[in-house]
Ligand binder design. Structure first.
Ligand code: PEP
Ligand code: CO
Length: 408
């Protein structure tokens, strides 16, 4: 690793501290809060500025060569699945799906895992009922436990240090995989990504690169901001505006062109190719009306965008037994509609952002999971339902086979 200064300068921190931020844990009165924050501020970077530059270069090149991007992994990573064995299994799924995508399109595929830090979840409901009790919802291992008791659901800032250590273990295996396998050029990854949700955690992992003097977020290569936290006047967008990493932004079905333009102007004022990844997640029906005017506005405003479809989060339904699930047919329909809309506007549909498990889960319906009754067989997600590898392969094959390779 290169030598990097361990703390960002405080004038930069002031540009987002004090701003409102949605979806934050309520832990500032916890006895360990200050010490946990100090521990992070003095910790070595998890990823390097050089790696981040390499990914930005790959993304900017992707835009000129019509190569693709594949972002894959768990909805919520588990602290208990950060071992070298679990990490290698996840990387081998990324390899397999990336290779298949590349084989079908004849194009380079940049690979990104939702891993090495995907430990914090925004929630629509802050609390949930258990029998007669109302307890806080699970917010990801960085914040609380999935075990449903009042004590284990209390937000604990020490978990930020646990998250840092778990991420470090995953990042080390990923780094070796990038350098050692020789299968794909290093620029194609696999790189790490997660939703930059917890401001206390992310802001303390901002570092200055002494070579360029730029600030970068050292918790991951490609942070993204979620649908619930992308308000331009709030802390998440301000924080990610201050760093040079490539950044993603989810866009839900209620987004309008003006609000998306404000986000893009904040995150990428200089309109640099490879900086901005927009990730519509609108639902298979709503995407038809909602996405085209947004694409047109970005084109007219001259924003170079890596367009990635998340065909999962707008298609979540509850099974009769009360399990969250998704129908593969809905997921495929949204992904294909996304591609058609981009192509109608002469833009490159860069690829897919999907929740997929490394083991043979039965969380979504499609392929060998034929009915809702089969969901119980192997449903282990900590949060949203993931595709299994067979289902993800079907999605990628259908999507890639219809992808035009020549565009002006
Ligand atoms: C997610 O990617 O798991 C997620 C919560 O996404 P969104 O912000 O799009 O709802
Ligand atoms: Co999810």
């Amino acid at each position: 690793m290169q030598p990097l200064s361990s703390t960002a300068d405080s004038t930069q921190l002031g540009t987002w501290e004090g701003m409102p931020a949605s979806q934050q844990p309520d832990w500032r009165d916890h006895a360990g809060y200050e010490e946990a924050c100090q521990g992070l501020a003095s910790a070595p970077p998890l990823v390097t500025a050089a790696e981040i530059r390499q990914l930005r270069w790959s993304l900017s090149r992707l835009m000129t060569t019509n190569a693709h991007l594949l972002q894959l992994g768990d909805c919520a990573e588990s602290f208990y699945e950060c071992t070298p064995r679990h990490t290698s299994e996840k990387l081998s799924v990324i390899d397999r799906l990336g290779d298949r995508f590349s084989e079908l399109t004849g194009q380079t595929v940049v690979r990104v895992g939702r891993m090495g830090g995907q430990f914090a979840k925004p929630r629509s409901q802050a609390t949930e009922g258990h029998g007669t009790l109302t307890i806080p919802s699970f917010m990801g291992h960085m914040i609380n436990s999935e075990i449903a008791t009042p004590a284990t659901r209390k937000a604990d800032p020490w978990r930020m240090l646990w998250a840092y250590d778990a991420s470090d273990r995953v990042q080390q295996v990923m780094r070796k995989h990038r350098q050692g396998n020789g299968r794909v050029p290093t620029g194609e990854g696999p790189w790490s990504s997660h939703e930059a949700l917890v401001i206390d955690y992310e802001s303390r992992l901002i570092r200055r690169d002494p070579d360029s003097d730029d600030l970068y977020l050292s918790s991951t290569h490609l942070p993204w901001v979620g649908e619930r936290t992308r308000q331009p006047a709030e802390a998440h967008i301000a924080m990610l505006s201050s760093v040079v990493n490539p950044v993603g932004c989810k866009i839900g079905p209620t987004a309008n062109p003006d609000s998306v333009l404000r986000v893009c102007d904040a995150l990428d004022p200089r309109r640099e190719p490879g900086r901005l990844v927009l990730i519509p997640r609108m639902g298979r029906d709503l995407i038809q009306e909602a996405l085209p005017p947004i694409v047109r506005r970005m084109v007219n405003a001259g924003h170079p965008v890596v367009w990635l479809s998340d065909p999962m989060h707008g298609n979540t339904v509850k099974s009769r037994a009360g399990l969250k699930t998704r129908y593969l047919t809905d997921v495929i329909t949204e992904a294909l509609r996304f591609r058609d809309i981009l192509e109608e506007n002469r833009q490159h549909a860069s690829g897919l952002h999907i929740e997929v498990a490394a083991d043979d889960v039965t969380e979504c319906i499609g392929g060998s999971v034929r009915t809702e009754d089969e969901l119980q067989r192997h449903y282990t997600s900590l949060c949203d339902p993931r595709l299994n590898v067979e289902q993800a392969t079907e999605l990628i094959e259908v999507w890639a086979k219809g992808t035009a390779t020549v565009r002006s």
